[in-house]
Design a protein around this ligand. Structure first.
Ligand SMILES: [Mg+2]
Length: 280
């Protein structure tokens, strides 16, 4: 049942809930999707209730839950309290599989050093622009000075032509220099090749331009693509208006998946297959 606020002004419908015969694989962007943006990405916090909801979904989906973010892996691990879920950091440049295996794409150290020096120098001379250092990638935000976006874009596009091994990824009031050859769509496709995702229907939620790669990949796979917010145009076929409504919808997904109302304090992740606890 679409909420009235999402159908009133959005051309896309609200996403459906899982049918009993569907086996979903759930991929979630973080900032602007699961969580509201903060002026400083380092000031974002994950409420305990949201962590518990994600843990419940992880259990009910037999582990087929992943966060797909522009944040770095260490940042994601810390933000979400070292969860068991699969994680794609830096748009998939860093990947941690469900079984704990990590894979990271090699970057030429000289390319990386050149990028870091150049972007730091650019940040220093652009007023109102805030540098987010992700080690292998760097983002220039102008959330505190949105009127600086045009100047930031021009300067970043010029610099990007001088940085081998890196490409510019525009986002919501941000221009990010990230390693070439990986995007969130490829990250989703890579995860979908492995258990517990393989053979399931991909469902992807995200808010930003960086998520469009994933929407396209999910559409190709016959899945469900959900744009959060109002940005257009989009490849997504469904929409939810805000992180608050995403959380509410995820809660209904959890209910639809039949999460048993066990006693409080029972660790859901003790039974990732949804079976019986081995002890009590
Ligand atoms: Mg986002």
């Amino acid at each position: 049942m679409p909420s009235s606020e999402s159908v009133a002004s959005a051309p896309l419908p609200a996403p459906p809930l899982p049918r009993p015969d569907q086996r979903w694989a759930l991929f979630l962007d973080v900032d602007g999707c699961l969580l509201e943006f903060a002026q400083d990405p380092a000031m974002v916090a994950v409420p305990a209730a949201l962590r518990a909801l994600l843990q419940a979904l992880y259990a009910r989906l037999d582990g087929a839950l992943a966060l797909v973010s522009g944040r770095g892996m260490a940042d994601l691990l810390q933000l979400f309290g070292h969860p068991a879920w699969a994680l794609a950091g830096l748009h998939g440049y860093q990947l941690r599989h469900h079984d704990g295996r990590h894979r990271e794409i090699a970057i030429d150290p000289a390319d990386q050093a050149r990028m870091r020096r150049a972007v730091q120098a650019l940040a220093a001379r652009l007023e109102g622009v805030q540098l987010e250092d992700k080690q292998h990638a760097m983002a220039l935000h102008c959330r505190r000075a949105p009127e600086r976006l045009a100047a930031l874009r021009i300067a970043a596009e010029a610099l990007a032509t001088e940085l081998p091994g890196y490409e510019l990824q525009p986002g919501n009031l941000v221009m990010e220099f990230k390693p070439v050859g990986m995007d969130k769509g490829r990250a989703v496709e890579e995860l979908m090749q492995h258990p517990p995702f393989a053979g399931r229907m991909p469902v992807y939620l995200g808010d930003d331009l960086t998520d469009e790669h994933a929407f396209a990949a999910v559409n190709r796979a016959g899945g469900i693509s959900v744009r959060v917010g109002w940005r257009e145009p989009s490849h997504a076929r469904f929409t939810l208006p805000s992180p608050v409504t995403v959380q509410a919808w995820l809660d209904r997904v959890r209910e639809a998946l039949g999460e048993p109302a066990g006693p409080k304090g029972v660790p859901i992740d003790a039974t990732p297959d949804g079976g019986q606890p081995t002890d009590s």
